[in-house]
Design a protein around this ligand. Structure first.
Ligand SMILES: O=C(O)CCC(=O)C(=O)O
Length: 292
C-alpha cells in the first residue's frame, strides 16, 4: 500500500524496467525539488531484486561485519555496491543514472554509500545542511516495510532552509515533549511504505527517519553529489568529502575514495561518475591513495 497520494504521481514508473533509458518527467523533477524526495515504485523487478539482495548479503557478510550482527545495534559498512562486480553495475544502470541524473545532472558524482542491517529506530535527521541541492541519497530497502515495521519516513519540504523545522530550529525528535505527539507521527511527515524494487531518492538536506523496524532491517544507499566546476561548489565538495568519504572515516579501501572492484571494473562511462571525487579524495587524503 502506498499512501500519501504518491501512487498516482509515480504510477507510470512501475513500468520503468521495460525501458532502457529512464528519464524523469517534469512533474517528478518538480516534485523532488519541492518536497525533497521522490519514490519510484517497482523500478527493479522481483528477479532483479533477487540478485541484488543476494549480492548485498554476500557483501555485508564478507566485507561488512554482518557475521557478527546480533540485532542489538546497527551493522554498517561503506561502499556497499563496490565490493562485487555485479553490484557495481548499479552505477551503470540507465534507470539509476536517469533518476540521479534527472535531479542533480547527468554528470553527477557517485560518492559511496552505506550498507546496513539496521536494528530499531533511526531518529529524525538530515544527512546534510548544504542549503541547496548539492547531494542526494538513493535508497534500496530489501524487505517489505510498512509504517509499523520501519519504512522510511520523510518531512516533505524540510530540505528547504525556510521550512519551519529549519527556520524555527525545531527538533522533530522532541515532538512528544513539545506537542505530545510521538516523533514517528511528527506533523506533516509521511511514511513511504515500500517493497523491494521500490527506490526512494532524497536530497541530503531532507529530514528522514525510520520507526518500528526489526533487528535486521536490510538497506543500502548510493550517495551522489553534483559535478562541480565553480570555486564555491568545489569548496563545498571538499567539505563534503572531508566527512563523507573513506578518508573522512579513516577507512583504507586500497584504492582511495572507492573500493578497488568499483574502479577496476569501470568502463569509460562509469568513470565519469567516479573521477572527480576520486581525484579530490587523493589530494585530500594522499595516505589512502592507491599505490602504483
Ligand atoms: O532507514 C533508515 O533507518 C533511515 C536511513 C537513514 O537515516 C540514512 O540513510 O541516512
Amino acid at each position: 500500500m502506498y499512501g500519501n497520494g504518491l501512487l498516482n504521481l509515480n504510477a507510470p514508473d512501475r513500468t520503468a524496467r521495460k525501458f532502457k533509458k529512464m528519464k524523469l518527467t517534469e512533474y517528478q523533477v518538480n516534485f523532488f525539488n519541492t518536497f525533497g524526495y521522490l519514490a519510484i515504485f517497482g523500478m527493479f523487478s522481483p528477479s532483479e531484486m533477487e540478485w541484488i539482495t543476494e549480492e548485498f548479503e554476500i557483501s555485508i557478510q564478507e566485507f561488512g561485519g554482518g557475521k557478527n550482527h546480533d540485532g542489538t545495534s546497527r551493522t554498517m559498512f561503506g561502499g556497499p555496491i563496490e565490493h562485487r562486480p555485479r553490484l557495481c553495475t548499479l552505477l551503470d544502470d540507465e534507470r539509476v543514472k536517469g533518476l540521479i541524473g534527472g535531479v542533480i545532472g547527468e554528470d553527477f558524482n557517485y560518492a559511496g554509500g552505506d550498507g546496513n542491517y539496521y536494528a530499531g529506530d533511526t531518529g529524525w535527521h538530515p544527512d546534510g545542511g548544504w542549503g541547496q541541492l548539492f547531494a542526494c541519497k538513493v535508497t534500496f530497502y530489501l524487505d517489505d516495510l510498512t509504517k509499523d515495521t520501519g519504512c522510511l519516513r520523510v518531512i516533505p519540504g524540510s530540505q528547504n532552509p525556510t521550512h519551519f523545522v529549519r527556520a524555527e530550529k525545531i527538533d522533530p525528535n522532541q515532538s512528544e515533549a513539545l506537542y505530545g505527539i510521538p516523533p514517528k507521527d511528527f506533523p506533516t511527515s509521511i511514511a513511504l511504505e515500500t517493497s523491494p524494487g521500490d527506490i526512494v531518492i532524497f536530497n541530503h538536506d531532507t529530514y528522514h527517519a525510520s520507526f518500528g523496524g526489526g533487528t535486521r532491517r536490510r538497506m543500502f544507499t548510493m550517495n551522489c553529489t553534483r559535478h562541480c566546476t565553480t570555486e564555491p561548489d568545489l569548496e563545498t565538495l571538499h567539505q563534503y568529502l572531508s566527512v563523507h568519504s573513506a578518508g573522512g572515516y579513516q577507512i583504507e579501501t586500497g584504492a582511495g575514495m572507492f573500493f578497488p572492484t568499483m574502479v577496476d571494473t569501470a568502463d569509460e562511462k562509469r568513470r565519469i561518475h567516479l573521477q572527480q571525487c576520486s581525484d579530490i579524495h587523493d589530494e585530500m587524503f594522499p595516505q589512502y591513495a592507491r599505490r602504483a
